[in-house]
Design a protein around this ligand. Structure first.
Ligand SMILES: NC(=O)C1=CN([C@@H]2O[C@H](COP(=O)(O)OP(=O)(O)OC[C@H]3O[C@@H](n4cnc5c(N)ncnc54)[C@H](OP(=O)(O)O)[C@@H]3O)[C@@H](O)[C@H]2O)C=CC1
Ligand SMILES: CC(=O)C(=O)O
Ligand SMILES: [Mg+2]
Length: 754
């Protein structure tokens, strides 16, 4: 299966995927605790009677007391399942379940599939209309034309929540976005392209309507169905919806229609477009073969026939996926958030423009990583953003919500758009919210950050994002070809990046003086210092920091953490009276926890544990978190006793003598520190809530805990952050991604991790 594409799987695998574990792709999870009798009394009878009465008195309360406001029904009768045809309601269930989970995965919209066993238009309409109380929106799916047009139109009139037939409008929106960009790339204007649409069903006719609304002249769009061209006067297999698009022409077949055409939009069936037809299209033809699961022509076939073509398909495993997953989750997100009564043309056009504009921006690292590291930049192989692009979640709902408010279908206004965008960004990725302060601080006072390993691609990607994000000025240490490498990564003006080559840098003599002054009484000769400055990028970069040529430094991807720290430490000391140590930060949807010391001190003394607690509390405060420190042990307040507990207790006593201004307690086990129920066993504890700083008794437990959490846990791990150095230096791990490096650079530049 999927020959010539990037993703290979067998039919057996596809079946196993669906059968394994819990059959299907969907389950329901309670959003409230259901642990005690009291929980049950609140969730169900008698407690549930209270919201019942409230909603009866004021229906709008349903949005406050039930899941309605974030719940969308995906409804089909299975009459046009993908491009497979009418296989019935039951057979459509895997597709509808899939759609429901995409809603959740991409836009945190809760969704349930409903398959209706009827081909009778009126019964279908009645069944759906009766569901209005349950849902915040209705997504119709895979219902064949022309019934789908009547069904959608009638339901839109009858229902007061958004009704959206995604095969029509979702597809039209993404197709329009792709077409805008393909025309931009080939220097075409929508007003003078010749388009052939193959298929005259739900998707094809909606796409045709939308591109005509955007300026493609009606007489330049030829539609074909199974009988061939839909021409004026044709009577065979026609209906009112097809007739609306019939044109005066003597072309009769798809082959004739495609002669000299600029654009092919396929929304029909697998294999409908033949290589010989493609050969007769205009120069640089635009071919969108969007039938699912198999396109009208495969990209390799199309490319072989026309190497100059821009090609898109409906599949995730080829470049340029025109799939409505780029649209529907985000369109509903925006519509639900303003409680829109419908999804109108203004909202669709806003979505199409937002999606098209996004593809023209530089692609973030997470997206490149999700697509196997292939570098995306706007061009023939990348005219549409990829579904894993996290920016979609911010830009599309915001555009849709704004358009809903502007066009008067919103029943609730978003007062603060910037705050809404931030909330959208954080909704799927809680680290965004946690790091917001750091990003804002970095942007407000941009600093010069030296990236010591400027020849590494991952480092350059981070540096590019740092600069593009307006977070500060990256200063790169590397040899002469760094600018070429930047160009290969899509930077238009690499010369805007400052690169320092230690072989030729005018800073070298001063650096040698400074290093020699530091190391001469540690037994180093001047010429050894010269060699270090010339050869060791960590020494060179750290000296830039020492000399005030940069404000912060990032390294760590090419050497072990310990080696990098040794090198940097030759140049940069500790804060007076402090030790250097490491913090990992675990970020989960509702909780952020700092773990220290995860990187440096094997067996910290009592005084060192107290220092680690104080410094970590300061980092947490700078990140906007109120610190609550727990000193970790296997033992809770001496039970069971053990010989390693004394220095933990002494650390607590030491803090008692300092004016810390934060809560701390210990020694205690993780459950007593984090679990409110277990905490109740220790009513004397000085922690007013679950701890968010875990000071570990030693490096073994700290490092193991952090890595175990990373491998097994549900959160995102940030770090290690290096704390206690005299200047802001961050040492990443060798497996860091560009986004890990970027985070460290921001934390260092913002003066948070120091
Ligand atoms: N990539 C994407 O995002 C999306 C892709 N699609 C795909 O578009 C296709 C159509 O879906 P949808 O509009 O919902 O289905 P419909 O059943 O509503 O329409 C299908 C249309 O395709 C026509 N057709 C079928 N076979 C051929 C052929 N060999 N040559 C010309 N026309 C043909 C039919 O012609 P006739 O009228 O003569 O029967 C009909 O007009 C499917 O393959 C679907 O997977 C749909 C939505 C989104
Ligand atoms: C993607 C989709 O909705 C379809 O192919 O029908
Ligand atoms: Mg569909």
């Amino acid at each position: 299966m999927s020959e010539g594409s990037n993703v290979q799987f067998s039919e057996r695998e596809a079946l196993n995927f669906h059968a394994e574990g819990r059959p299907g792709k969907i389950e329901i999870i309670a959003s409230k605790p259901m642990a005690t009798q009291r929980d049950l009394s609140l969730a169900y009878s008698p407690g549930v009677a209270v919201p019942v009465r409230a909603i009866a008195a004021n229906p709008a309360c349903a949005y406050d007391y039930t899941a309605k406001g974030n719940l969308v029904a995906v409804i089909s009768n299975g009459t046009a399942i993908l491009g497979l045809g009418n296989l019935g309601a039951l057979a459509s269930k895997p597709v509808m379940e899939g759609k429901a989970v995409l809603f959740k995965r991409f836009a945190d919209v809760d969704s349930i599939d409903l398959e209706l066993a009827t081909e009778d238009v009126d019964r279908f309409i009645d069944a759906v209309a009766l569901l209005e109380p349950s849902f915040g929106g209705i997504n119709l799916e895979d219902i064949k034309a022309p019934e789908c047009f009547i069904i959608e139109q009638t339901l839109r009139e009858r229902m007061n929540i958004p009704v959206f037939h995604d095969d029509q409008h979702g597809t039209a929106i993404i197709t329009a976005a792709g077409l805008i960009n393909a025309c931009l790339l080939t220097g075409r204007d929508l007003g003078d392209i010749n388009v052939v649409v193959n298929g005259a069903g739900a998707a094809a006719l909606a796409c045709t309507d939308l591109i005509k609304a955007m300026g493609v002249p009606s007489d330049r769009v030829l539609i074909c169905d199974r009988q061939g061209v839909i021409y004026r006067g044709r009577t065979d297999q026609m209906d009112q919806f097809k007739s609306a698009h019939a044109v005066e022409t003597d072309r009769r077949t798809l082959t004739e229609a495609l002669e000299g055409a600029d654009v092919f939009l396929g929304l029909s069936a697998a294999g409908a477009l033949k290589p010989e037809m493609v050969r007769h299209m205009a120069p640089r033809p635009i071919i969108f073969a969007m039938a699912n699961p198999d396109p009208e022509i495969t990209p390799p076939e199309a490319k072989a026939a026309r190497p100059d073509a821009i090609i898109a398909t409906g599949r995730s495993d080829y470049p340029n996926q025109v799939n409505n997953v780029l649209g529907f989750p985000f369109i509903f997100r925006g519509a639900l958030d303003v409680r829109a009564t419908g999804i109108n043309d203004e909202m669709k056009i806003a979505a199409a423009n937002a999606i098209a504009a996004l593809a023209r921006q530089r692609v973030p690292e997470e997206v490149a990583a999700a697509y196997g590291g292939r570098v995306h930049s706007f061009g023939p192989e990348y005219i549409i953003p990829a579904p894993f692009d996290p920016r979609l979640m911010e830009v599309v709902p915001a555009a849709v919500a704004q358009a809903a408010m502007d066009s008067g279908v919103a029943t609730r206004a978003i007062e603060d758009m910037a705050a809404y965008r931030l909330q959208l960004r954080s909704r799927l990725n809680p680290t965004t919210a946690v790091l917001t302060l750091a990003y804002e601080a970095a942007r407000a006072a941009p600093k010069r950050v030296v990236f010591a390993e400027g020849e590494e691609e991952v480092v350059l990607r981070a540096a590019i994002q740092f600069k593009d994000g307006g977070l500060g000025t990256p200063v790169l240490v590397g040899r002469d070809d760094v600018h070429d490498r930047l160009r290969k990564l899509g930077v238009d003006r690499p010369e805007d990046y400052e690169v320092h080559n230690s072989r030729v840098s005018p800073l070298v003599p001063q650096m040698v003086d400074r290093l020699y002054a530091r190391l001469q009484r540690k037994g180093y000769l001047r010429r050894e210092c010269e060699r270090m400055v010339n050869r060791d990028r960590n020494i060179f970069a750290a000296l830039m920091l020492e000399l005030g040529e940069a404000d912060a430094m990032i390294t760590g991807t090419t050497r072990t953490f310990a080696q990098s720290l040794r090198e940097v430490s030759r140049v940069i000391g500790h804060k007076p009276g402090r030790i250097a140590f490491g913090i990992h930060m675990v970020v989960r949807q509702s909780q952020t926890v700092f773990i220290a010391d995860t990187t440096v001190n094997e067996r910290p003394s009592a005084a060192e544990l107290a220092d680690i607690a104080e410094e970590t509390a300061a980092v947490a405060r700078r990140m906007g978190q109120e610190p609550r420190v727990a000193f970790m042990s296997y033992s809770n307040f001496g039970n069971p006793p053990g010989r390693w507990l004394d220095n933990i207790r002494e650390a607590v006593s030491l803090l008692d003598t300092r004016d810390t201004g934060f809560e701390y307690e210990g020694e205690m086990a993780p459950d007593a520190a984090l679990n409110p129920e277990v905490m109740k066993n220790y009513p004397f504890s000085r922690l007013s809530g679950p701890a968010n700083i875990l000071v570990m008794p030693g490096l073994q437990s700290a490092n193991i805990s952090a890595k175990l959490l990373r491998e097994l846990g549900g959160g995102t791990m940030i770090g290690p952050m290096l704390v206690g150095m005299d200047k802001p230096v961050q040492i990443a791990t060798m497996s860091s991604t560009a986004s890990d490096l970027l985070t460290l650079a921001v934390l260092a530049a913002a003066g948070i991790a120091r």
